[in-house]
Design a protein around this ligand. Structure first.
Ligand code: NAD
Length: 473
């Protein structure tokens, strides 16, 4: 069993890291305290004063080497990720690839950080803008993407000339620690990236620390709201990405086979523990019966088990508490009167935190399974009679992370994309996850702030803009 110590912690309490497929403890992690956070912030601030002076073309050199090291160690990283999170090895490999793509985009920072200029804005006066780093930035990340979500943050922040303190999810610290080791091996100077482990106490110390200038958060909506309000009250720049309730709208003209492929991946990939996972299937008109029949046939074949086994389609949920919380939603759905047509509770066996694919039919929009984020392999089917009714239903939900329409009609797809109040829209997609060079742009209760994660938004978030006007005599 490995012991991971927070870089600045001595004699701290150790907390177990668990393999969700077996329930075994695989590592111990030392939590930081407020004094550790203070030391980390002071060290990061000191490092910032020299790092910001390094030309951007030199700042990206460790990132080029980091990318190469991530590629070289991608199989090892995927194994670690799968072991601590429970997602299948294929899902873990795909996540590591997404993480690498973030670093790849950040290597282009010399172009991305460029300002604008215009000569002669008035007679003899020129004007240009420059982007400058802000200082010490901090990131707080969730359990479901321990390789990718931290990379939405620190490669961008660092390439812009900031220093960064990452507080990864205490449930899955091993992958972020290994990635940080690789970045250190790539030659990133000391103090530019620091990891601190822990829960709310450590987060609060970061939110209150005067040297921390910007906070990036990804996690559940209640915590995102708290982070947004607290960091803003402290005068910090903040982006807080929250939870989701994502709808998959199937039109009568959809290709059933291809749509079901995509829906299976959306609802049950990574055991439904994706913020872009489909959670409600909205069947329009007569498509209800054929889509449900095809879906149930596929659920019956989905193999739940060891995430390291190539034949496994779905691994365990991250913790016993979370699995039991999700199973509790299945109980609630039954109690609320929905028709349980595939019961994943039958697969809650052994010492791992398993739950099979679960499907409810005849769900009403007012039921808790239709409105609340479940974050597990539970799909609720709601039947409506028109595209307009489907759009109204999606827009009535307080979340706005992603939604997908399945159709062969361009007009329906266009109307959907235009009228839907959701930030990331898919047309016939499994998971409409924007690539690293586009923003990850949830709306409503799925996002608090105005500048989104990755893409050009990240460059805006991690820099101050300055306008310089000059006249020479
Ligand atoms: P979480 O909100 O429980 O935890 C996220 C982070 O916040 C962790 O690092 C945790 O230590 C910290 N934290 C937890 N409670 C806190 C508190 N009271 N005060 C301060 N910090 C606290 O989320 P999770 O369970 O790790 O991740 C799943 C959630 O993340 C889901 O709701 C999912 O939708 C969301 N998520 C959203 C996105 C997105 O892009 N919008 C991406 C991934 C995950």
């Amino acid at each position: 069993m490995a012991t991971i110590e927070a870089p600045l912690s001595l004699d701290r309490d150790l907390h177990p890291v668990t393999n969700p497929a077996t329930g075994e403890t695989i590592a111990q992690i030392a939590y930081a305290n407020a004094a550790d956070v203070d030391r980390a912030a002071i060290a990061a601030h000191k490092a910032f004063l020299s790092w910001r002076e390094v030309p951007v073309v030199d700042r990206v050199q460790p990132l080029y080497r980091f990318k190469a090291l991530l590629e070289k160690h991608s199989a090892e990283l995927a194994r670690t990720l799968s072991t601590e999170n429970g997602k299948t090895l294929d899902d873990a490999k795909a996540e590591v690839m997404r993480a690498i793509q973030m670093v790849e985009v950040c290597c282009g920072m010399p172009s991305l950080m460029m300002g604008d200029s215009l000569e002669n804005v008035s007679r003899g006066i020129d004007c240009h803008t420059i982007r400058q780093p802000i200082g010490v930035c901090a990131g707080i990340t969730p359990f479901n993407f321990p390789a990718m979500v931290p990379m939405w943050m620190y490669p961008f922040a660092i390439a812009c000339g900031n220093t960064f303190i990452l507080k990864p999810s205490e449930k899955v610290p091993l992958t972020p620690v290994r990635a940080a080791e690789l970045l250190s091996d790539a030659g990133l100077p000391e103090g530019v990236l620091t990891l601190v482990h822990g829960g709310k106490n450590v987060v609060d110390a970061l939110l209150k620390h005067p040297l921390v200038r910007a906070i990036s958060f990804v996690g559940s909506t209640p915590v995102a709201k708290y982070i947004y309000a607290t960091a803003a009250a402290e005068g910090k720049r903040v982006q807080a990405l929250g939870g989701a309730k994502n709808h998959l709208v199937v039109m009568p003209d959809a290709n059933i086979e291809k749509s079901v492929d995509a829906i299976m991946s959306s609802a049950f990939g990574a055991a439904g523990e994706r913020c872009l996972a489909g959670s409600v299937l909205v069947a329009v008109g007569e498509v209800g019966e054929p889509i449900l029949e095809a879906l149930l046939a596929r659920c019956a074949k989905l193999r739940v088990g060891d995430p390291a086994d190539a034949a496994t389609g779905m691994g365990p949920l991250v913790t016993r508490e979370h699995r039991d919380r999700v199973a509790g939603y299945v109980d609630r759905g039954v109690a609320e009167g929905a028709r349980l047509v595939c019961d994943g509770r039958e697969q809650m066996h052994g010492s791992g935190f398993f739950l099979g694919p679960t499907v409810f039919d005849a769900v009403k929009p007012t039921m808790s399974i239709a409105r609340e984020e479940i974050f597990g392999p539970v799909l609720s089917v709601i039947r409506v009679d028109s595209l307009t009714a489907a759009i109204d239903l999606v827009n009535s939900v307080p979340f706005g992370n992603t939604t997908t329409i399945y159709t062969s009609d361009g007009k329906s797809a266009r109307e959907f994309a235009t009228r839907i109040e959701v930030g990331m829209v898919g047309v016939n997609m499994a998971v409409a996850a924007p690539m690293a060079f586009f923003p990850f742009s949830g709306w409503k209760q799925s996002f608090f702030g105005d500048i989104h994660a990755h893409g050009k938004d990240a460059v805006s978030f991690y820099t101050e803009q300055k306008v310089v006007m000059s006249r020479w005599f």
